[in-house]
Design a protein around this ligand. Structure first.
Ligand SMILES: *[C@@H]1O[C@H](CO)[C@@H](O)[C@H](O)[C@H]1NC(C)=O
Ligand SMILES: *[C@@H]1O[C@H](CO)[C@@H](O)[C@H](O)[C@H]1NC(C)=O
Ligand SMILES: *[C@@H]1O[C@H](CO)[C@@H](O)[C@H](O)[C@H]1NC(C)=O
Ligand SMILES: *[C@@H]1O[C@H](CO)[C@@H](O)[C@H](O)[C@H]1NC(C)=O
Ligand SMILES: [Cu+2]
Length: 820
């Protein structure tokens, strides 16, 4: 297609550089002559800034001939880019269907959040104080989310044309003015005004202590104030140690989100860690330059003047109860010191910047646009509010600021598969050889997972995607923040969903699937939640992590590193990870993502069947099904075989993924059988995943005990809405959301079941995590398992030629220009 200039003359293969020539040469062998010429011409032109050549839909008015040209001619055609502008823009079918009735699950609107806030004010639960006027004795809202009404009411409405159950909200309220002060969650609803709004308390007064609330910036601002005298005392130390930087000069900052260093729920002790953070002025935290100065601050009292500061550590040396004691030792030279080189601070921005490295030459052809996909006839999905229909699939999508994205009422081919598939929490547990980072622990739902603020154009969502609205409550302004952060698009699988090529026929189906993607940021990390709806009834839920890692100060002289003359490179690593920069170590940690998967296979009357994959004695293979088989049948050549054992799990149970003992976790409905008599079911299949790798005695495990299982199944209850509590991260010694409250031995045969699925990965950062961790993913797939009578994919046009069937090709289309 490329290779001739306007006069029809073949361009010579001239090279700008040897590298490019060699690359072209390789491609000539690999890709054939056309590819080679293409590369040659490209090299000659020096990229697309030269004459653009294209054959893309030359004949705009008559798509047919453009198609013929592309398919039949091997002769390169040269047109100008102006001609491609002539060609028609792809028709954009409007996916939206007018939304007439209210939705149960869609994210709350700004008006609804205002309704909730006004209502809580009118009830005297909070005051209308906001922003800078909030104090530690204020009662105020920190979060408002859409809340699902009782399932039976929703099903009555959705399945049997019953009454609209109303839209409901859940509010998280910090009650500094209560006695005792506490944190509470309230349900408010219905918001639609049909009946009187009601208030339901999810906990009793005082049940969730005030000390269990999330850290917010009022507390941070007060801590910064209280720290001023200490900063004053330490000025000579920090200036000498940290390349002349000083807190008071605005060059040093404190990182407040290390998690709770104390186990005691009665007190609130926050660990602060000094860091360089030039981005602080814009409210960002860059955690690649943590410094070895740290302290604990007891913020239990509601009167900041009563806060105490202690456990001051410098290079792991301490604890000092006052800054002066540390300074005295420092000045006396009785402790180890660190001295960053002069000019180090000038390199900070360059250390975390992810702007392109302009000192590097671009890779060959990197200035050409990469491949892209488009929809020749517009989207094949329709959207009504937040309910989406695509190729037999139908579901509601929503997001919640505390817990993140959720699907509700998921159906395929008119069968309900799941009532809810929702992210519930993201857990991170770190390890470090430092006072300040060894305790780092997060349950992200404590702070909120779903603060979505829109997509990055050109990165998050393909141009043909459709964006849907999300919302969260901004407790500083007291108002909702809405953004279009849910990206819906059809993806070209670019390969076979299935294929077969035999002597008598060949056929296949080029895969395509629907993606719902919600990208978000939680301080340093970015988490992208994705749902992939497949043509054959599979539904994949994925969590993708990218962003900046958290580090600890790399202390090159750390005495715990031992003998440097060993071959264990103690100058580059210690038991908690690798050095990744001059003074930074990437810390070992895990990411665990907990989901609620409320399966309704056909209906809500389900059982959990585990299929155990076994290998062993032939007689054993028969034992469970038929105990009378006592001798290996003669027709078995070997006395060992692989086989399966079916187990209907009787009571609530949890399992770990273990490749050495493979299991199929299936949710089945014994009242509905496929044509062959098997219980219709769905399989819960984790992607590559880690498990909870901490020993059970790890102090954080009580707060996140759900992570002990990759798949746990319980009987569904309205009172068991989420897999953990928002507040346990701050009361490690007495968690109230322990998973044993859910797995408490109830019958799970022929019941409404919830599978609590936890997947994740262990992260031992390496130098390639700086400055940016490139996307890693995990997740799980729900797969039809005896749900249909045969492969559920032959009701879409496919490619087929040969005997036994109808010759067919995918739907025809006119070449067109991608929608702008
Ligand atoms: C705080 O309250 C004062 C007095 O009511 C008001 O003028 C001011 O705007 C408030 N500030 C904020 C940030 O809400
Ligand atoms: C923290 O402060 C509270 C209240 O001021 C006090 O009762 C408690 O003993 C302190 N705890 C520690 C560990 O300092
Ligand atoms: C299978 O047979 C072999 C030889 O006959 C014997 O050594 C072995 O123990 C048998 N294995 C089992 C699982 O029965
Ligand atoms: C669920 O199915 C079982 C087995 O058919 C039946 O006995 C039971 O009544 C059903 N439960 C409900 C709530 O429909
Ligand atoms: Cu990580």
């Amino acid at each position: 297609m490329y290779g001739l200039d306007e006069s029809g003359q073949k361009k010579g293969l001239r090279t700008r550089d040897v590298c490019c020539f060699l690359f072209a040469g390789v491609l000539i062998f690999a890709g054939g002559v056309v590819g080679g010429i293409f590369i040659g011409i490209y090299a000659y032109h020096g990229g697309p800034s030269g004459d653009d050549v294209t054959v893309e839909c030359v004949m705009g008015k008559d798509g047919g001939s453009a198609r013929t040209t592309q398919q039949t001619t091997t002769l390169p055609v040269h047109t100008t880019s102006d001609q491609s502008a002539d060609c028609e823009v792809c028709p954009r079918r409007n996916p939206f269907i007018p939304q007439t009735e209210q939705e149960v699950f869609a994210p709350l609107s700004s008006t609804e959040m205002k309704t909730v806030r006004d209502f809580l004010i009118s009830k005297g639960i909070v005051t209308d104080v906001i922003g800078g006027n909030v104090t530690f004795t204020s009662n105020y809202i920190t979060g408002i989310d859409i809340y699902a009404p009782p399932k039976k009411d929703v099903l009555e409405y959705k399945d049997r044309n019953g009454r609209f159950p109303g839209r409901h909200a859940k509010a998280v309220v910090v009650r500094g003015g209560a006695s005792p002060p506490d944190v509470m969650e309230f349900i408010v609803g219905p918001l639609n005004g049909a009946t009187r709004m009601e208030l339901t308390e999810l906990s009793s007064a005082g049940e969730n202590a005030f000390t269990a609330r999330a850290i917010n910036f009022w507390e941070i601002a007060k801590m910064e104030e209280v720290l001023k005298p200490i900063q004053q005392v330490l000025e000579p130390l920090v200036k000498e140690s940290f390349d002349g930087a000083d807190f008071n000069g605005g060059e040093l900052f404190w990182w407040p989100y290390n998690g709770p260093p104390g186990l005691n729920h009665d007190v609130r002790v926050i660990n602060l860690n000094a860091l360089f953070n030039p981005a602080y002025v814009s409210g960002d935290y860059h955690l690649l330059d943590m410094l070895p100065l740290s302290l604990d601050i007891n913020t239990t009292s509601q009167t900041p003047s009563e806060w105490t500061i202690y456990n001051i550590h410098y290079l792991n040396q301490g604890p000092y109860s006052t800054a002066q004691e540390l300074l005295d030792d420092y000045n006396a030279g009785t402790i180890r010191k660190v001295k960053l080189p002069a000019g180090y601070r000038d390199t900070l921005v360059q250390r975390f910047t992810v702007g392109r490295d302009t000192s590097r030459r671009l890779r060959v052809h990197a200035d050409m646009p990469p491949p892209r996909t488009y929809e020749p006839k517009g989207p094949r999905y329709t959207i009504k509010g937040h309910r989406i229909n695509w190729m037999g699939w139908e579901f509601d999508i929503t997001t919640r600021m505390m817990r993140g994205p959720a699907l509700f009422d998921v159906r395929f081919q008119n069968n309900r598969i799941a009532y809810e598939i929702s992210l519930n929490d993201i857990v991170l547990q770190y390890g470090s050889d430092s006072f300040e980072r060894s305790n780092t622990f997060y349950t992200d739902a404590t702070y909120g997972i779903g603060y979505y603020t829109g997509t990055i154009k050109g990165v998050d969502c393909p141009e043909h995607g459709t964006l849907l609205e999300t919302s969260f409550y901004d407790y500083y302004s007291g108002e909702a923040v809405t953004s279009r952060s849910i990206c819906v698009f059809e993806s070209d699988g670019e390969g076979p969903a299935w294929r077969h090529k035999s002597n008598s026929y060949q056929g296949g189906l080029r895969d395509s699937f629907l993606v719902v993607r919600i990208p978000g940021t939680i301080v340093n990390y970015d988490y992208i939640t994705e749902f992939h709806f497949k043509l054959n009834g599979q539904l994949q839920t994925k969590l993708v992590a990218t962003g900046h890692i958290q580090t600890a100060f790399w202390d090159a002289e750390n005495p715990n590193h031992g003998n440097k003359n060993t071959d264990d490179s103690p100058e580059a690593r210690d038991p908690f990870g690798f050095r990744v920069s001059d003074f930074a170590q990437g810390l070992i940690h895990n990411h665990l993502f907990g989901f609620k998967v409320d399966m309704d296979v056909v209906d809500a009357n389900n059982s959990f069947e585990v299929i155990h994959l076994k290998s062993g004695d032939v007689v054993d293979a028969f034992k469970k099904m038929n105990p009378t088989v006592s001798k290996k049948p003669d027709y078995f050549r070997y006395n060992v075989t692989q086989y399966v054992e079916y187990e209907t799990v009787q009571t609530e149970s949890g399992y770990k993924a273990n490749p050495l003992e493979p299991k199929y976790w299936t949710i089945v409905n014994e009242n509905y059988r496929n044509y062959w008599g098997a219980k219709r079911g769905y399989l819960i299949s984790p992607m590559a995943t880690s498990t909870q790798t901490q020993v059970d005695s790890h102090p954080t495990l009580g707060a996140v005990s759900f992570t002990k299982y990759n798949c746990a199944v319980s009987k569904r209850k309205e009172s068991e809405q989420f897999l953990d509590s928002l507040f346990d991260g701050f009361r490690l010694d007495s968690p109230r959301g322990d998973f044993s409250r859910i797995l408490d031995g109830e019958n799970i045969v022929n019941e409404d079941l919830v599978a609590w699925v936890t997947v994740g990965f262990v992260h031992i950062p390496s130098s390639e995590d700086v400055p940016m961790t490139v996307a890693v993913e995990t997740g799980f797939t729900l797969k039809p398992y005896n749900f249909f009578d045969r492969t559920e994919i032959f009701d879409v046009p496919q490619t087929y030629t040969g005997e036994y069937g109808l010759d067919e090709s995918p739907p025809d289309f006119r070449k067109c220009r991608e929608t702008d």
